[in-house]
Ligand binder design. Structure first.
Ligand SMILES: Nc1nc2c(ncn2[C@@H]2O[C@H](COP(=O)(O)OP(=O)(O)O)[C@@H](O)[C@H]2O)c(=O)[nH]1
Ligand SMILES: [Mg+2]
Length: 262
C-alpha cells in the first residue's frame, strides 16, 4: 500500500451530496497508479447516507480502489468521525475530505505530494494564503467569523496557521497515529487540537493554498462555531493538565524507526 491513498469522509446527513463526491473520488483514485481506499464515517446520520455510500461503492469500486462505510451510533461529531476514519486507514498517507468536495479532487496532490516526498508529516489545505484560488466564497458573515476564530486560535495556541478550519488535510500515518489517538475533542475544535498536539510533538507541518468553491447546504451552525471558541480554551486547559503528554512522548519514541523508510 506504499503509494496508495486513504481518503476519509466524515458524513452527517449527507445523502444528498455524498453520491456525486464518492463517484468523483473513486474515479480519481482509479486513475492513480497506487489506487487507494475511501472510508465514509457515517456519524449517526438520520438519513440514507450509509445506504447511498454503500450503493456507490458496490457499483463503482473495483481493482485497487476500495470503499468502506464505518457507522458510528449515535452522532458524536466530525472530530470523532475523522479520527475513527484515520485510525482505520490502511495506506501510508491518509487524508480527510469534506463530503461536499468544496476543494476540487484535482487539488489532492498538493496535500499528498509534500508527504510522499518525505518533507512533511501533515499538510493542511488553506483558503487564507491565496485568495485568488477561492471561486465561490463562504457567506460573508462566515468568512468574518472565521477570521476572528483564526486570530483567537493563534493567540491561544501560538501556532502560525492562517486557516485551520478547511476540511482537507493529509497525514503521514505512521508518525501521526499517536497524535490522532491522543486527541480528545469531538466537534468544531478538533482540527486545531490535532495540529496543536502535532506542533508540540515537533511534527513537520505545511499549510498550503488550495482551490475552494463553497457549497451551500453545510451543517455547521452558528452555535457550533461559537462552541469552537470554548474548545480553544479547552485545548489550553488540557495541555496544562498534561492530557496530551503521553501522545507527544509516544510520538517522540516513534521518531527514529519511523523516519527510516523516507
Ligand atoms: N461525522 C460528522 N461529520 C459532520 C458533522 N457535522 C458536519 N460534518 C461533516 O463535516 C463536513 C463539513 O461540513 P459542512 O456541513 O460542509 O460544513 P461547512 O461547509 O463548514 O458549513 C461534511 O463532510 C459533513 O458531513 C457531524 O456532526 N459529524
Ligand atoms: Mg461545506
Amino acid at each position: 500500500m506504499s503509494s496508495s491513498l486513504s481518503i476519509v469522509i466524515p458524513a452527517y446527513n449527507e445523502s444528498a451530496r455524498i453520491g456525486k463526491t464518492l463517484r468523483e473520488i473513486l474515479t480519481y483514485l482509479g486513475e492513480q497508479a497506487g489506487g487507494g481506499e475511501v472510508i465514509v464515517v457515517d456519524d449517526g446520520s438520520k438519513d440514507e447516507t450509509s445506504r447511498v455510500a454503500e450503493e456507490v461503492f458496490a457499483a463503482r469500486a473495483r481493482g485497487n480502489v476500495e470503499g468502506r462505510v464505518i457507522r458510528v451510533e449515535p452522532n458524536r461529531g466530525k472530530g470523532n468521525a475523522v479520527r475513527t476514519g484515520l485510525l482505520a486507514a490502511r495506506s501510508r498517507v491518509a487524508a480527510f475530505f469534506d463530503a461536499d468536495l468544496s476543494m476540487p479532487i484535482t487539488e489532492t496532490p498538493k496535500l499528498v505530494g509534500p508527504i510522499r516526498s518525505g518533507q512533511y508529516d501533515i499538510v493542511l489545505g488553506s483558503r487564507a494564503l491565496n485568495r485568488e484560488l477561492i471561486g465561490t466564497h463562504q457567506p460573508w458573515t462566515r468568512e468574518q467569523s472565521g477570521r476572528v476564530f483564526n486570530r483567537v486560535m493563534r493567540m491561544l495556541t501560538g501556532m502560525p496557521f492562517k486557516d485551520t478550519q478547511c476540511g482537507f488535510k493529509a497525514f503521514r500515518m505512521d508518525v501521526c497515529r499517536a497524535v490522532v489517538e491522543g486527541a480528545l475533542i469531538d466537534r468544531f475544535g478538533f482540527d486545531v487540537e490535532l495540529l496543536f498536539i502535532a506542533h508540540r510533538a515537533g511534527l513537520r507541518m505545511l499549510e498550503y493554498p488550495v482551490r475552494w468553491n463553497d457549497v451551500a447546504g453545510g451543517s455547521v451552525s452558528f452555535r457550533g462555531g461559537l462552541q469552537g471558541f470554548g474548545e480553544l480554551r479547552q485545548i489550553r486547559a488540557n495541555a496544562r493538565r498534561g492530557l496530551y503528554d503521553s501522545a507527544i512522548a509516544r510520538r517522540y519514541r516513534l521518531r527514529r524507526p519511523a523516519l527510516r523508510y523516507v
